[in-house]
Design a protein around this ligand. Structure first.
Ligand code: ATP
Ligand code: MG
Length: 411
């Protein structure tokens, strides 16, 4: 009986990669794959033509590696494959093992040759291996919607055979697009927005505004829990917790109620931008969706953008609340977001915020604020926490403990 030599084969969407940015994409993808599975055991990584191989010959948990890989941005699909020499007999040996004890009404063989000098064509391989399966299992060939697909990838040095392909999240590897700063409330939308930015290859630095001591610290706990969860997609995160209560109190003293929400947002943007620049971020990101609430009208969005020197990206601008909520459920952030809390936006919020304000009106509303001092207060008051996935303390020897965790105030 053949000894199975497992490996995870990682596929990415090569077609979408332009020649020039492929090395960058692959460098980030390889690094992220290594980080994502760092705690699970040794899995040497190799770049092959159009795919990446993680060698799991001596690995204790191949399935766990596959499951982690399936959540790395940039991965189109992955599979737990078995490596054999590129002889038909060796391929048959592993196919026999893979179908052992399995029942399937229909199947197909999908053979591909990564190098065309291999003596047999894909069609010949499909036929020979297909006939081999039909001899052993009462089943039939179905090329269009088979119950089981047996993939055979013939590479120059060896062949990979696998049955189940797991879809990956797609997107670009985190880091390949640079850094953005995401404004993270405790709500449903902003964690989804941050995840969308990660999916497009951004490393996200989080900023959360809280109103301690005017409100309890629950919003900070929620922000931490959200960052901990989202760190599973980018492996290391920074969260800036910015004291905003005092700033809001000063705003309330001099800004008329209808203008306050937009003034709060403009202050948040100014402070987030100061933090962003120090962390090398090239843009801000928010969870705003057009028209969802009074502060998210086109007019108010324009007033918010005016104070930003960096672009403000709004990945959810065209999404409905229901679509955002569904995505939050899929991500697992929804359960955290719906925990009751006292977000700073509930503090000093007017009953009827203005939906339209001119530049002149908002300037008048802000005229009595010492903006540079308030921005400095928020920026200087920010406490930076860092998060890691897999968390350091849980590496290798202690699997099964909840993932992620903060290290308070590390730079
Ligand atoms: P969310 O569900 O993300 O809280 P929302 O629908 O409640 O969004 P708003 O309260 O208008 O909308 O907030 C709009 C955006 O402003 C949020 O998506 C977030 O990016 C940012 N934001 C709001 N409050 C905070 C906060 N306390 N800290 C950081 N960012 C915030
Ligand atoms: Mg909110």
């Amino acid at each position: 009986m053949v000894r199975l030599r497992p490996a995870v084969i990682v596929h990415y969407h090569e077609i979408s990669l332009k020649r020039g940015n492929r090395p960058l994409f692959l460098r980030h993808l390889a690094r992220n794959l290594e980080r994502a599975i760092a705690d699970l055991g040794p899995a040497p990584l190799r770049q092959l033509s159009g795919r990446i191989l993680l060698d799991l010959a001596d690995h204790p948990r191949p399935e766990a590696v596959r499951d982690r890989v399936a959540r790395v941005f940039g991965v189109a699909s992955c599979a737990l494959a078995y490596r054999v020499p590129s002889t038909v007999d060796a391929m048959k040996g592993v196919v026999a093992r893979l179908i052992e004890g399995r029942r399937f009404a229909s199947f197909r063989i999908t053979a591909r040759r990564a190098f065309k000098t291999y003596p047999k064509s894909s069609v010949e391989l499909n036929r020979e291996l297909g006939a081999f399966v039909l001899e052993r299992v009462p089943t039939r060939v179905d090329l269009t919607s088979p119950e089981l697909t047996i993939h055979v990838e013939v590479m120059p040095a060896e062949t990979y055979v696998y049955v189940d392909r797991t879809p990956g999240p797609g997107g670009l590897p985190v880091g390949a697009s640079g850094t953005v700063t995401a404004l993270l409330s405790g709500g449903i939308d902003s964690p989804v927005a941050a995840w969308r930015m990660m999916k497009r290859g951004c490393r996200v630095v989080f900023v959360h505004f809280h109103s301690v001591p005017y409100l309890p610290a629950t919003s900070q706990e929620k922000a931490r829990a959200l960052v901990r969860s989202l760190t599973e997609w980018q492996y290391a995160s920074r969260l800036a917790l910015v004291p905003f209560g005092e700033i809001q109190r000063e705003i309330v003293l001099v800004v008329p109620p209808p203008a306050r929400v937009v003034v709060y947002r403009r202050m948040m943007v100014r402070i987030a931008e100061a933090i962003a620049r120090r962390h090398g971020a090239l843009a801000l990101a928010t969870g705003e969706s057009l028209g969802q609430v009074a502060s998210q009208t086109l007019s108010n969005i324009a007033r918010i953008d005016e104070v930003a020197g960096l672009p403000i990206l709004r990945p959810l601008i065209g999404f409905d609340k229901l679509e955002i909520t569904n995505e939050a459920r899929r991500l697992g952030t929804f359960e955290i977001s719906i925990e009751p809390d006292a977000d700073c936006c509930t503090l000093f919020v007017p009953k009827h915020p203005a939906t339209r304000m001119s530049e002149a009106e908002i300037a008048a509303a802000e005229a009595r604020l010492d903006i540079p001092r308030l921005v400095a207060a928020g920026d200087d008051g920010a406490a930076i926490e860092t998060f890691e996935f897999p968390a350091r303390a849980e590496r290798a020897d202690a699997p099964g403990i909840p993932l992620g965790g903060p290290r308070a105030n590390a730079p």
